[in-house]
Design a protein around this ligand. Structure first.
Ligand SMILES: [Zn+2]
Length: 254
């Protein structure tokens, strides 16, 4: 954590959120997904460590104590209990699973139709927004980067309701630059077409590099800012936007 904070300070940041992958609370056992998610029993230690750094670094950078949490339909109450047990400044909501497969899976496309799976993904995103569990929704549209392209008409049909639902929920959306590191690499998550819809609905956008290494902190922020500028969003002065648990720095879109 210290390495990430030092990296953020070296890059001139004034505020930095830590948001490790929370436990896989929706599977049995304490540590069902080692290597990608922390054990349930590690969560308290993670939060305590982040709170310590928040205090220690207070005069150098504002540290927000966060978590990236999976949204699983039907498990909202379970997640709610996990989150309420800790004083998070913010929680990122992620749809990582559609059906029984990960959004990063490529094998699924041998048996699934993109139209159906994308529609299901965006239905879950809308439920995640409306759940009241999250402050920001992470890496929207990621599933499409790992799946087959679909026609413009489908995109139009799917995206507008998502943008309206997110706007109504009061959630912010993370502009996540890991899209520039993965796959063809020319779009962030959400992709620019989804960003256009979200901006049209006035959804504030937080910045996240999805850094999994300290040198990825702030990755692609100039590029993301240039894209937002092109889409008509002011990026020179991010503002504090109220969220469910408090506030986050975000680019306002209205
Ligand atoms: Zn994620």
């Amino acid at each position: 954590m210290v390495d990430y904070l030092e990296s953020a300070i070296a890059r001139g940041m004034t505020e930095f959120g830590v948001s490790d992958h929370g436990p896989a609370y929706f599977l049995p056992g304490d540590h069902p997904l080692p290597g990608t998610q922390m054990a349930g029993s590690e969560l308290s230690r993670y939060v305590d460590e982040a709170l310590c750094h928040q205090e220690d670094y207070a005069d150098r950078i504002a540290v927000k104590v966060g978590l990236e949490a999976d949204f699983i339909e039907g498990q909202e109450a379970v997640l709610g209990r996990v989150l309420e047990a800790h004083p998070f400044d913010y929680v990122l909501g992620s749809v990582h699973y559609v059906g029984n497969a990960s959004v990063f899976s490529r094998a699924r496309w041998q048996t699934e139709r993109a139209e159906d799976t994308y529609a299901e993904y965006y239905r879950l995103v809308q439920l995640a927004a409306a759940s009241g569990l999250f402050d920001s929704l992470s890496h929207l549209t990621v599933i499409e980067a790992y799946g087959p392209p679909v026609g413009d008409d489908l995109v139009t049909r799917l995206y507008a309701p998502v943008a309206r639902a997110v706007a109504a929920s009061g959630c912010t959306v993370e502009i996540n630059t890991s899209g520039y590191r993965k796959m063809g690499g020319d779009e962030p998550f959400p992709n620019r077409r989804m960003l256009r819809e979200l901006i049209a609905c006035g959804v504030p956008l937080t910045f996240g590099a999805d850094s999994h290494r300290p040198d990825e902190v702030g990755f692609g922020r100039e590029r993301a800012a240039a894209l937002l500028h092109e889409l008509g969003v002011r990026t020179d002065a991010p503002q504090r936007v109220s969220t469910r648990r408090g506030s986050l720095l975000a680019f306002r879109t209205r």
